[in-house]
Design a protein around this ligand. Structure first.
Ligand code: ASP
Length: 605
């Protein structure tokens, strides 16, 4: 199911494409060698009908933008431009400077676009994606890195498909993450790594399921999307510490090599150890070097050399590294561990103790943390599990899926945002729905818990989810006349998306019952009070017929055309006349005068 897009009112999305180099835009020279070529990509892409709809652009003023042809299932037409870096680089020639340039380009143009696509060589794409994931703080728009194994200009290229899908994702989905699109998979950038040099599926995220796939439809795994629990605005952290190294341990590694890696000015080292984090602990001289470096405040992070799996302290050989003060990097990729360390080390506001603490946190979903359950709610689960003698992971998982929704509902009822945050940390899915299709956000809106509503919105709970009764959180807020909550929902992209006839029926029912407060809540939520039902009658027709002058008085200012006729050719005033509601006739005349003063052509017959 596609994730929601907040700015649902518009039909177009603008995407900024940043072409930094790589095979995707390379051209073969006379000797057959692939080289990046300047000022070619954008020009040639215009000629691909699958990449540019010439007819559409003629309807707009901005000729510089290219337009993707309409795609079934994609609500937004994607308009895009391409900026090119100079020089265009093979990604094996890139480093921290290029990551900074990419981050700066996104930062500079952040407000203008709905999403970003970075065209990049595949060799070090996962490093760039990981670095950007950390540097682009509080990201709220998708940044998709993609590339190709065969140039887009060759007949059999994966580049065109990768570009098109990336544009669609960047323009149509509200995924606030740095992503990698490759070989039909949408991956979290800081979980990605290059696994194959000769396959269209060059990149993957071995320790995490993809965030989505582009098959016949683009399917997004919404539950996996990482949404931080804060409302801070986007900011750019464009500095990284260069004094970071990657040290791969191999059998018989010499002391000199280890010393060279840990020497000044190095401030951080990612140690790639064997299997689940094992180090040759029988080499006391190597352990001494690590100890000495840690004493000098060098931060050492342990990750595995294996392409999947994580470091644990299963063996003496891994436990001793922890004892020495090495930080476990869990299941981070080498790209994520390296760039995270460079990022954390460049934070002047953190002292070394806090830098180490931050290395243990999952900042962008880059690693699976083994947080031990501590809070009372979790103790409850453990307690129940133990009492019931449930011990396997599956049984525990089932317990959690039974208990978490109840705990989340209890925290919502108590208005306890702190507890909700804790539950999220421990694995509760705050966006889950119950058997009636109702979410925590439905409940919070129903209970009028404004603080919880804001928290859940920030935590990424879908705003327009319909329950079994076709009700969204916005309906709940309307039904409790909570205008603050209605406005918070609207600001973040909620929409009253009932069919006009359904809305007209609701307005009729409220009018008949004289529910002015509720009518006003509907209006605040975006309802059009002048909608007509199947018989062409509006709320004003019914109020005039029933003689409810208070409702008429409320409705009239919202009617620019109070003499709107129903299917029988009757205007509201006709019903008031027929029923002889003198007071209402006065109100209608008064409104007529107001309108005539605004526009002399107006006249109620
Ligand atoms: N060497 C190229 C690069 O990384 C490979 C590619 O684009 O796939 O730039």
């Amino acid at each position: 199911m596609p994730a929601e897009k907040c700015t649902c009112l518009k039909k177009e999305a603008r995407v900024h494409v940043i072409y930094v180099g790589g095979t995707i835009g390379m051209i073969r020279d006379e000797s057959g060698v692939l080289r990046p070529e300047h000022n070619v990509l954008a020009k040639r892409i215009c000629d691909f009908p699958s990449c540019h709809d010439r007819n559409y652009i003629r309807k707009t003023d901005d000729e510089s933008l290219m337009v993707l042809p309409a795609v079934a299932g994609a609500p937004y037409r994607v308009l895009y431009d391409i900026v090119e870096f100079c020089p265009l680089l093979d990604s094996s020639c890139m480093g921290i400077c290029e990551w900074q340039r990419m981050a700066n380009e996104v930062g500079k143009t952040y407000k203008t676009y709905d999403g970003f696509v970075i065209l990049h060589g595949t060799d070090t794409l996962a490093y760039s994606a990981s670095a950007l994931a950390f540097m682009l703080e509080n990201l709220s728009k998708p940044v998709v890195l993609t590339g190709a194994q065969i140039s887009i200009f060759e007949a059999r290229s994966d580049g065109r498909e990768n570009l098109l899908s990336s544009l669609l994702i960047a323009g149509n989905y509200n995924i606030p993450e740095v992503l990698v699109f490759f070989g039909n998979k949408i991956l979290r950038g800081c979980r990605s790594t290059k696994l194959h040099s000769d396959s269209f599926h060059a990149l993957d995220s071995p320790n995490m399921v993809p965030l989505g796939r582009a098959g016949v439809n683009i399917e997004i795994n919404s539950r996996q999307i990482f949404r931080p629990c804060n409302t801070k605005p986007f900011s750019l952290h464009s500095v990284l510490d260069k004094n970071v190294a990657l040290l791969r341990i191999y059998p018989g590694i010499s002391l000199n090599i280890v010393q060279a890696f840990l020497k000044e000015p190095i401030k951080g080292v990612v140690l790639q150890t064997f299997g689940s984090g094992n180090f040759p602990v029988n080499r006391e001289e190597l352990l001494d070097e690590l100890r000495a470096a840690i004493a000098r405040n060098v931060i050492i992070v342990n990750i595995t050399q294996c392409s999947s799996g994580m470091v644990t302290n299963t063996y003496e050989t891994s436990q001793q590294l922890l004892d020495v003060g090495v930080i476990p990097g869990h299941d981070m990729t080498q790209e994520a561990a390296f760039t995270k360390l460079a990022y954390v080390l460049s934070k002047p506001e953190l002292d070394v103790i806090n830098k180490k603490k931050v290395m243990l946190l999952s900042l962008r979903g880059e690693m699976t943390t083994n947080k031990v359950a501590k809070i009372n709610d979790i103790d409850l689960i453990e307690g129940v599990a133990r009492t019931l003698h449930m011990s396997t992971a599956l049984e525990r998982k089932q317990m959690c899926s039974t208990f978490y929704p109840a705990l989340v509902a209890a925290a919502v009822t108590e208005g306890d945002v702190q507890k909700l945050g804790d539950l999220k940390q421990y694995g509760a899915n705050l966006c889950d729905t119950n058997c009636d299709g109702r979410s925590a956000l439905h409940l919070a809106c129903f209970l009028g818990k404004a603080n919880v509503v804001c928290f859940l919105i920030t935590a990424g709970c879908p705003l327009n989810v319909h329950d079994r009764f076709n009700r969204t959180p916005l309906h709940e807020a309307i039904d409790t006349d909570n205008h603050d909550i209605i406005q918070a929902l609207l600001r973040n992209g909620a929409k009253l998306n009932d069919q006009p006839l359904v809305q007209a029926e609701l307005l009729r029912a409220l009018t008949e019952r004289g529910k002015i407060k509720r009518l006003e809540s509907f209006r605040v939520a975006g309802a059009n009070l002048t909608l007509a039902d199947r018989t062409g009658r509006t709320a004003l027709h019914y109020a005039c017929q029933l003689g409810n002058h208070e409702v008429v008085e409320y409705l009239l200012p919202h009617y620019d055309n109070p003499y709107i006729k129903d299917e029988l050719g009757m205007a509201p005033i006709d019903y008031a006349k027929a029923a002889n509601h003198a007071h209402i006739l006065t109100l209608l005349r008064f409104r007529e005068n107001e309108l005539v003063n605004q526009d002399p052509c107006t006249c109620i017959k």
